[in-house]
Design a protein around this ligand. Structure first.
Ligand code: NAD
Length: 433
């Protein structure tokens, strides 16, 4: 098939490259000309394991192209995916749908008959209807279909998740569109994972329900961790104790400094807002957000309690990305903590395996970015761990002791054993243990 991806970010680029790998002709479109220039020069605009090789293979095979020209790119396409951003609308927390609607408006005058327009961006219930209306208003005689196909890939595992999805969700009432989507996704679910067809509204809501449920698990465990600290229990033991129950499951039960990233914060907020709009008070979501915000503050309080005056203190930070294996720092807890530590007069020296250039764009010269995780520890009064990158899990503790001025670690991701840290002579503070 001939496919166009409108928006070549984490979702559009990965999806486009994966479809190309299954033999389709794909054009990834973006209005950011510098992104397209880099892609055409085989420079990845994002870090995602396996993506560069996948892109190169498919570009070399002539199946994957990049363009800023939406009109030319969608010409003759069987399916056009809208994969633009839907960030939080400034100020009020609703999903900002302006990029989706702008893309729909551009598509309206450009797509040919029988094109299936697929909304892959995460959008509130009813957005697909509005996309359809925009296209139909501009082009009343055109025969087309609008389908909802939310994306569930995880940054850091995006290629793997797209290639082997747990499930594919498709919302459509058009039999023809259903067939196109089935043909597109069949090769990805050969092991038997389902393609779930449903109505558009249920499909749109499924994506928000999935992210909000996962965020709820995180906030729930963070509250258990906080209680553990009060009563002298160990959240890691409680986690294993409950995670062994199949009904609960082992994943998403790690206590920490809260969720971040480009999806959970905005999606939980957008679902709460759309519930409000529909006169439904979604109480759990409000608590999930409140707990997540408080979790970072409690961690900062822990630091401030131990280091009475942060003024002039050198604080090393390990991990800037909102989670490992990505360079994405959107809503990363590390950014919040760095801002607050700077405001308290601390000097920050930070390291992240992939997210340093994105971080530099935000903090500039206000913080020092080191070349290795050891370099940033030189003369540090404390280390703050914000992201659980594998390289931080088994460091050379003796080397760390030699480098640090004070052997104090605030571990926001519970990477080390308390007993080991005690034996090694560190002042070690973690979450819920
Ligand atoms: P992103 O910000 O990385 O990429 C979006 C891209 O769209 C940008 O490059 C932007 O320049 C481009 N764009 C915007 N308007 C355009 C237009 N009219 N024409 C062409 N290009 C345009 O965003 P993302 O992280 O890929 O997310 C896209 C959507 O997918 C969002 O709704 C998000 O919630 C959802 N999603 C994201 C993830 C994830 O892990 N990042 C996972 C699942 C779903």
């Amino acid at each position: 098939m001939k496919i166009a991806m409108i928006g070549s970010g984490y979702v559009g680029l990965v999806s486009g490259a994966c479809f190309a790998d299954f033999g389709h002709d794909v054009v990834c479109v973006d209005k950011d000309a510098s992104k397209i220039e880099r892609l055409n020069a085989n420079i990845m605009p994002i870090y995602e394991p396996g993506l560069d090789a996948l892109v190169k293979t498919n570009v070399d095979a002539g199946r994957l192209k990049f363009s800023t020209d939406l009109k030319a790119s969608v010409d003759g396409c069987d399916a056009v995916f809208i994969a633009v951003g839907t960030p939080s609308r400034r100020g009020d927390g609703h999903a900002d749908l302006s990029y989706v609607y702008a893309a729909a408006q551009e598509l309206a005058g450009a797509i040919g008959p029988k094109t299936v327009v697929v909304t892959k961006s995460t959008v509130p219930v009813g957005t697909g209807d509005e996309v359809e209306r925009i296209i139909a208003d501009t082009n009343p005689t055109l025969e087309f279909a609008v389908v909802s196909n939310p994306e569930f890939l995880r940054e850091g595992f995006a290629v793997h998740d797209f290639m082997k999805p747990d499930r594919v969700v498709v919302g459509t009432s058009s039999e023809r569109a259903k067939k196109v989507m089935e043909d597109l996704y069949k090769p990805f679910v050969r092991q038997g994972n389902p393609i779930l067809f449903m109505d558009e509204k249920s499909s749109e809501l499924t994506k928000y329900a999935a992210n909000s449920f996962l965020a709820t698990k995180i906030s729930f465990m963070n509250e258990i961790a906080n209680l553990c600290e009060k009563v002298g229990a160990d959240v890691d033991k409680v986690r294993i104790g409950i995670g062994s129950d199949d009904r609960i499951g082992k994943r998403f039960l790690f206590a920490g400094i809260g969720y971040g990233g480009s999806c959970f914060p905005k999606d939980v907020q957008a679902l709460a807002k759309s519930s409000d709009d529909n006169k439904y008070d979604f109480k759990i979501l409000k608590s999930v957000m409140e707990v997540n915000k408080r979790q970072r503050e409690l961690f900062l309080d822990k630091i401030k309690k131990q280091i009475k005056s942060l003024k002039g203190k050198k604080i090393a930070v390990w991990g800037l990305a909102f989670k490992p294996d990505t360079d994405d720092i959107r809503e990363a807890p590390a950014l919040y903590l760095i801002e607050r530590l700077l405001a308290a007069g601390a000097k920050i020296s930070a390291y992240d395996p992939e997210a340093m250039s994105n971080t530099k764009k935000i903090f500039g010269e206000k913080i020092f970015l080191g070349n290795t995780h050891y370099e940033v520890l030189k003369n540090a009064d404390a280390l703050v761990i914000c992201t659980e990158w594998p390289v931080f899990r088994t460091p050379d503790f003796d080397e760390m002791k030699k480098l640090m001025k004070s052997k104090t670690i605030f571990d926001g991701r519970n990477l080390y054993s308390k007993e080991q840290m005690k034996e090694l002579g560190f002042n070690y503070f973690s979450i819920g243990r």
